[in-house]
Design a protein around this ligand. Structure first.
Ligand SMILES: N[C@@H]1[C@@H](O)[C@H](O)[C@@H](COP(=O)(O)O)O[C@@H]1O
Length: 242
């Protein structure tokens, strides 16, 4: 794992954005694995800025998002489709038909999981997978558990995850109880992984993930088994790293 610590927010987002932009410059048809949450927001904003300056184009790229809430209307402001449209897709030249997000409103969720993995397999592997980390060590919505699923699946969200995400909703009751997420196996198939970690609230999670044992109780620790992971941490998140 290549762990880079930043004191400056600007350097953090510029480094993340440069990695994605240089991939697209060398391979315009790159397959991007995208994440939601507050961690990648600054990197997406920087990519929009770079796109507006003519420094990067997404016109031939394909994207796959990690996860989506179940049962939230797709146009709900907190759906991950709305998030991606607002933070990135509406401001760049990516073909909307080439952006993929699991359908959290499918009538048959099992079929949706299979279809998503099939699409990933047909278009993959993902060239660069962006990830955030939950304060309990989750990646995507792969929560700590005795067993982790390899494939895309439906997950019951843990209470602490719902509470962490309640800040985006009117009340805790409005936070969905389930999500569809790519599995750990799907995530680890990416050629390269870029883990973005910001804030002191993630200090323990990232220390466990990169310095602790590889355990399903900290799903992000499985990234230690991947040969090409870059971790960007800010000062707060990196405060307990060696
Ligand atoms: N499903 C998402 C994850 O993909 C994200 O990485 C994580 C951290 O979110 P944030 O970056 O807002 O702290 O939790 C969410 O629940």
């Amino acid at each position: 794992m290549n762990i880079l610590k930043f004191n400056s927010d600007e350097d953090f987002v510029q480094t993340g954005a440069n990695l994605i932009a240089s991939l697209l410059q060398s391979n315009p048809k790159a397959v991007l694995g995208l994440a939601t949450g507050s961690s990648p927001v600054g990197v997406y904003a920087k990519l929009v800025e770079m796109h507006q300056k003519g420094l990067v184009s997404f016109s031939k790229a394909t994207s796959f998002n990690l996860d989506e809430y179940i049962g939230l209307p797709v146009d709900h402001p907190q759906s991950y489709r709305s998030f991606m449209n607002e933070q990135l897709f509406n401001h760049i030249d990516i073909d909307p038909g080439q952006t993929h997000i699991p359908n959290g409103n499918a009538a048959d969720m099992e079929a949706e999981c299979l279809a998503y993995d099939k699409m990933l397999e047909e278009n993959g592997p993902v060239d660069l997978q962006i990830l955030g980390i939950g304060s309990n060590g989750h990646i995507g919505f792969n929560e700590p558990d005795v067993n982790l699923s390899s494939k895309t699946h439906v997950v019951d969200l843990l209470e602490d995850t719902r509470e962490a995400n309640a800040r985006f909703f009117d009340s805790l009751d409005d936070v969905p109880r389930q999500a569809i997420t790519m599995g750990i196996g799907g995530i680890l198939k990416a050629r390269q992984i870029l883990l973005l970690v910001r804030g002191a609230g993630k200090a323990e999670a990232i220390r466990n993930a990169v310095e602790g044992p590889i355990t399903t109780q900290c799903p992000a620790s499985l990234l230690q088994s991947h040969p090409n992971v870059i971790v960007l941490v800010d000062e707060g998140a990196g405060k307990w790293l060696k």
